[in-house]
Design a protein around this ligand. Structure first.
Ligand code: B16
Ligand code: MG
Length: 215
């Protein structure tokens, strides 16, 4: 087992319950456009960038859209989403997350965020964790979204660690692949808890024994 000196957390679906806000934002936009969209399709959007998510939603569209229309649809969804995340508080931090962050700090292990979301700064502020991490890498700083490892490699670099020294915590299959593509070990939780490609598995942060993973 390799020594882990840093843990990189995905944000949506790992630390905070924003995944439903994404669903509701896309659903409102899709309904307005008469495009079929349901929770099964929404599962495919986990960890995927905003424009790549729209491309998946448009697979069900009955007409094609111009680039300009696509930009405006994505902006509309984001406005609906930002309205919803404006209501987030520390109560929306997922069970077990604070205990894990405190345990890691106590053990001297560095912690970072590795999220595809351009709304990461707003979300961290809403839930009161804007100063909790040693590094934040998010959708504003990258050009390639998960499964490309760019966001996790940036987080490792900001932590001044080698990828092999980092563990990623992810709820998305795209994020599990991104971590592996970056040469990192990965703990799959939530929707990725049964992903056989993940190095470690857990239903949620509340049930994972981090001490046994860290050794
Ligand atoms: P935004 P994560 C991802 O965040 C979400 O899982 C994904 O559903 C979303 O499309 C993506 O962020 C981009 O979000 O529109 O806010 O930039 O899971 O990587 O923390
Ligand atoms: Mg996620």
């Amino acid at each position: 087992m390799k020594k882990i000196d840093g843990v990189i957390f995905d944000l949506d679906g790992v630390l905070v319950t924003t995944d439903d806000c994404h669903y509701l934002g896309w659903k409102r936009m899709a309904d307005e456009e008469n495009i079929y969209f349901d929770r099964a399709i929404n599962e495919r959007l986990r960890g995927v960038s905003r424009m790549d998510s729209l491309a998946i939603i448009l697979e069900k569209a009955t007409r094609s859209y111009t680039e300009d229309e696509k930009q405006r649809m994505a902006a509309r969804k984001n406005a609906y989403y930002v309205e919803l995340i404006g209501k987030l508080t520390a109560n929306d931090i997922l069970p077990g997350a604070m205990d894990v962050l405190n345990l890691l700090k106590k053990r001297g292990i560095k912690i970072a965020i590795g999220s595809s979301s351009k709304n990461t700064p707003i979300i961290l502020k809403q839930i009161g964790l804007e100063n909790a991490f040693d590094a934040v890498a998010d959708g504003n700083q990258i050009t390639h979204s998960k499964p490309n490892p760019e966001v996790f490699l940036l987080a490792a670099k900001l932590l001044k660690l080698n990828p092999a020294e980092c563990l990623v915590v992810e709820d998305a299959d795209a994020g599990v692949e991104a971590a592996l593509n970056g040469g990192m070990s990965v703990l799959g939780v939530g929707s990725a808890s049964k992903n056989q490609r993940a190095t470690y598995h857990g239903e949620s942060l509340a049930t994972v024994d981090f001490n046994s993973i860290l050794g």
